[in-house]
Write a protein that binds this ligand. Structure first.
Ligand code: NOJ
Length: 558
């Protein structure tokens, strides 16, 4: 296969709102990213993915786009964006943006015209969205077209009296879904994408890409996800974009398709796919849900970590893409809790477990995406009040938990464990009042552990989490880890993570204890040929005892 620039990409996801505030309004911005490019370069990153930067009323932090051709005033201007691209490129850093295709904001001019029968452009734009009449019940009253449930909780339908119809929104009611069967809408979207390409973006992360097609028979079902997720026709839309824009412009396209099957994955991102280059599917992200919890159900219920599930998921996806594509490596993004709180231990074993999680992920083959703050071990929120949260999903789900019979404290615990705000708090640059993110109160509270978890402190500590990330990311380059061969050992063991990696110059064993108690691990017989290369404890021997969250990397020359 022809070598592409992204085959050795190390991508860093910048959650723009929370990364760095340059103009002292409490909100991260584009200039703030420019100001931190040196930091990103030192970390070893050669591509950044910026969460939505478009003009938006911010119901869902920018995934509700009001104007695709404008940068949100919170973040700067199109000229600032151009300066960011230029400054990043000057450092050899590529720039990817989020591409939101499934919906717009209800404040987008298309929707404003669509919902208003007196608007001069109503006829053209009504069909850009998805509308349905209500059902007439036996008693003559009207009810929702179907019982489908939105990803943020609550119905997917919202009534518009002027049309006596409902529009579909599979996320918040301020995010009406677009109708991808409408050719004019598609053409407008293509022109928009091309416009950003001409500005210089190097690729996109395609938001909610598996939802573009809906079941237009609108059968009744609850929750009905199968009627608006992964329907075959959405591939046609993606292929059209691929053929006309993504491929001819040599962009890196990362698709988001939660729950994709193996076959679908190759259809999305196999070497000969016309759609994406990389796929994000989240299978390993919720390996600790408690299915018996009815008060705060689904992803909101935290149970025991099923480590074999995580390892099998990595092994499966690495195998799926072996020679057929590239695997995408990540612990999480802005929609899941912080990894050190989620699969590690964010108190007693904070530093140790954050390094353990880094060792286990970043020696695996594939293209990595580091989520901002992960490299210093940022944790879940330390909030005590509901009004400290900001995410639109939090508030719909909180009401659902209370309606299910959960107490306020139980509901708050679910939010503190699992809500998306956990991964959206301001970047902790130093221990100043607002963590060096801003000089004023930020849009969302800084975690007070900024006092001991911050960049400034870790830059000076040679064996910090941050410096561990630098070591591992530079090792990925030296050893061509994206193309390494991996073998999982004792994969069904619920306590250990144990892999053998054959890389360009060396072979490695990565061994880690995912538990907070000491365990004993039978070391492989050929360990005598290996020397200890990295360890997250002082103890340097080849003992079989692994303390809480202890992890070691051994290596030998090929
Ligand atoms: C997936 C994004 O990652 C998430 O943050 C957003 O809420 C939904 N798509 C809707 O755009």
């Amino acid at each position: 296969m022809e070598k592409k620039w992204w085959h050795d990409a190390i991508i860093y996801q910048v959650y723009l709102r929370s990364f760095n505030d340059s103009n002292h309004d409490g909100i991260g911005d584009l200039q703030g990213v420019i100001d931190r490019l040196d930091y990103l370069e030192r970390l070893g990153v050669n591509a950044i993915w910026i969460s939505p930067h478009y003009d938006s009323p911010m119901d869902d932090n920018g995934y509700d786009v009001r104007d695709f051709f404008k940068v949100s005033e919170d973040y700067g201007t199109v000229d600032d964006f151009k300066r960011l691209v230029k400054a990043a490129h000057a450092r050899g850093i590529k720039v990817l943006t989020d591409l939101v295709l499934n919906h717009t904001s209800d404040e987008h001019p298309w929707f404003q015209a669509a919902k208003d029968p007196t608007h001069k452009d109503h006829k053209r734009y009504k069909d850009y969205y998805i509308w349905h009449d209500g059902q007439i019940k036996a008693d003559g009253t009207k009810t929702l077209p179907t019982q489908w449930v939105s990803w943020f909780g609550g119905p997917v339908w919202q009534y518009v009296a002027a049309l006596d119809q409902y529009y579909l929104h599979i996320f918040s009611k301020k995010m009406p879904d677009l109708n991808w069967r409408n050719q004019n809408m598609k053409n407008d979207m293509k022109a928009m994408i091309q416009w950003w390409v001409e500005i210089g973006v190097d690729g996109f992360r395609v938001d909610a890409s598996n939802h573009l097609e809906k079941n237009w028979d609108f059968p009744d079902a609850k929750p009905g996800y199968e009627h608006f997720s992964s329907l075959p026709k959405h591939h046609e839309y993606l292929q059209e974009l691929g053929r006309e824009i993504f491929k001819p412009n040599d962009l890196l396209i990362i698709g988001e398709a939660g729950g994709a099957s193996k076959a679908e994955a190759l259809q999305y991102a196999g070497h000969d796919s016309e759609e994406f280059d990389l796929l994000i599917q989240f299978e390993h992200c919720w390996a600790d849900s408690d299915d018996n919890n009815v008060l705060t159900p689904g992803k909101w219920a935290k149970g025991m970590i099923d480590l074999p599930k995580i390892k099998h998921s990595f092994a499966k996806w690495i195998e799926v893409f072996d020679k057929k594509g590239y695997h995408t490596l990540y612990w999480h993004n802005h929609d899941q809790p912080r990894i050190v709180s989620h699969y590690g231990h964010d108190q007693t074993y904070h530093e140790k477990s954050a390094k353990m999680l880094a060792y286990t992920l970043y020696l695996l083959p594939g293209i990595p995406i580091v989520y901002y703050g992960e490299e210093i071990g940022m944790t879940n929120v330390d909030y005590t009040e509901l009004d400290q949260f900001r995410d639109v999903e939090v508030f719909t789900e909180y009401k659902n938990f209370i309606a299910n019979g959960a107490s306020h404290n139980m509901a708050l615990k679910a939010l503190k464990d699992r809500s998306r705000d956990n991964a959206r708090t301001p970047m902790q640059w130093d221990d100043d009042a607002y963590g060096g993110f801003s000089t004023v109160q930020p849009w969302i509270d800084v975690n007070q552990n900024k006092a001991w978890i911050n960049v400034k402190q870790q830059e000076h500590q040679t064996d910090s989490i941050l410096n561990t990330y630098k070591t591992l990311l530079s090792l990925r380059k030296e050893e061509d880890i994206p193309n390494a061969q991996v073998r999982f050992i004792d994969i069904d063991n619920p306590r250990t993570f144990f892999v053998h990696i054959k890389a360009k110059h060396h072979a490695y064993y990565v061994l880690a204890n995912f538990k907070s108690e000491t365990i004993s691990v039978a070391l492989p017989t050929d360990i005598k040929d290996y020397t200890l290369f990295l360890s997250n404890t002082e103890q340097l021997s080849k003992t079989e005892h692994f303390g809480a969250y202890e992890a070691r990397i051994y290596r030998k020359k090929n």
